[in-house]
Design a protein around this ligand. Structure first.
Ligand code: C2O
Ligand code: CU
Length: 439
């Protein structure tokens, strides 16, 4: 372990701009940036970002508003922007080779869509994402409810890790086969970026929108100095708010929590590790909110969603295979892909399945590997099915542990071609991806 390993940090210095979308087009420029990833006074890190920073600007609008975004690519290779978790039209999904052409260096593309759901989403590059996202090409996208819950501050918390060299640069080897065959590219430095708009006070009620933007690391999180509940997962409100304990965020997953500040010192976010809790981020508490009355944590209003037609659902199985210590490694070493879904590595001409618009599917996700996978479906959310066959959370990314089997129920009601892939981006790079079609 070098000295960067398990460094402790507090919230960062540079303020990430917020862009409120009225209806006027917004420019989103992918470009090289430098970022103070390490604590102040330590070296800066050359990265990629949007509009001069990584994370990119916070894009914020109200439910039903139109996002009109002119994307300009000023990095040295092709790119495109995917709006993760938004149930929008296929042509706006940002997947080069599937829904649009790659936006070449110097090129641009206009993304225009209406935000159907209120919630916490994010955007990221979807071209060579394992490298472009690791280099910083992502940002938060927030859609507010028509009547947002009553809180003192509504804050995005972006959780990421980076693999840094002694000089503060990103280590190269973004396609390292050893990483890809294991849990992916794990960083040696991690941070939860929180930037309060005003001092945080004792008794304040906060809405924290946690987003795991790491390419490959799963973050269990423990919170200190606050009490409250999880009110939404992957942007979608929970039918009844859940306890904060045991919260785990796979890459790309989000959790909205509403909490009351109960400490006079600080609000802290920890990542429990085998050795000790790693402090991801911390905000000092200053003063006291004397006007807020204690009330129950509210339930957020649901977004519109078709209920699955369970009786007529088509049953499908998607088996995850490959990785270190698997037979498939031989194929991986000879260029056939380290990871596969139902024996296929990478995208083929034919989809995993072609659904009729509105059809319900029950998909059994079988993880036959020794690693965890966060399976993400584009353009839709799906229900996680509980062990007792109950409908669980309505998510766009589900974490399937090694050896685990999980059923999901999805109403395929968004026409087009949609990716279905592991959001451990190193696994995606090494073949763990397929696609479905809704016609
Ligand atoms: Cu977050 Cu295929 O994407
Ligand atoms: Cu995976």
């Amino acid at each position: 372990m070098n000295r960067r390993d398990f460094l402790i940090t507090t919230s960062a210095a540079a303020l990430v701009p917020r862009i409120a979308l009225a209806s006027a087009p917004v420019e989103l420029i992918a470009q090289p940036v430098s970022a103070q990833i390490l604590p102040k006074g330590e070296p800066i890190t050359p990265m990629l970002g949007f509009n001069g920073s990584t994370p990119g600007p916070e894009l914020r609008a109200r439910q039903g508003d139109v996002f009109d975004i002119r994307f300009l690519n000023q990095i040295n290779e092709g790119s495109a922007v995917h709006w993760h978790g938004l149930r929008i039209s296929n042509a706006m999904d940002g997947v080069p080779g599937m829904t649009q052409d790659v936006v070449e260096k110097g090129g641009d593309f206009e993304y225009r869509f209406r935000a159907p759901d209120a919630g916490t989403f994010w955007f990221h590059s979807h071209n060579r994402s394992w490298e472009q996202v690791a280099r910083g090409l992502y940002g938060p996208l927030i859609v507010e409810e028509p009547t947002p819950p009553d809180v003192d501050q509504d804050l995005v918390v972006m959780i990421d890790d980076w693999r840094l060299t002694e000089s503060g640069a990103l280590a190269d080897g973004f396609e390292n086969m050893h990483d890809q065959a294991h849990q992916g590219r794990l960083g040696n430095f991690a941070r939860a970026l929180v930037e309060p708009n005003a001092p945080i006070r004792l008794s304040d009620r906060l809405r924290l929108r946690l987003i795991n933007v790491a390419t490959d690391r799963i973050f269990p999180v423990e919170l200190a100095g606050i009490e409250g509940k999880v009110v939404a997962l992957d942007g979608m409100p929970l039918v009844s708010p859940q306890e904060l304990s045991g919260l785990v965020l796979a890459p790309a997953q989000r959790a909205d929590i509403i909490v009351d500040v109960v400490s006079t010192n600080s609000v802290s976010i920890f990542f429990p590790t085998r050795d000790a809790p790693y402090l991801l981020g911390e905000v000092q508490v200053e003063g006291k909110n004397t006007t807020r009355q204690p009330t129950d944590i509210p339930t957020l209003p649901p977004n519109k969603a078709a209920l699955p037609d369970i009786g007529n659902a088509v049953s499908l199985t998607l088996t995850m295979e490959g990785g270190a210590m698997s037979r498939r490694m031989v194929q991986g070493m000879t260029g056939g892909g380290i990871w596969a879904l139902n024996g296929q590595s990478g995208l083929k001409d034919t989809p995993f399945h072609s659904f009729e618009n509105g059809q319900t599917a029950r998909i059994r996700l079988v993880n036959e590997t020794r690693f965890a996978h966060g399976i993400h479906l584009h353009g839709h959310h799906f229900f996680e099915v509980g062990g007792d066959d109950s409908l669980g959370a309505f998510r766009d990314t589900t974490l399937v542990e090694p050896g685990e089997t999980r059923d999901i129920l999805c109403v395929f009601d968004n026409p087009g071609k949609w990716l279905l892939h592991c959001h451990m981006l190193g696994h995606q790079a090494a073949g763990m991806k397929t696609w479905v079609e809704v016609v």
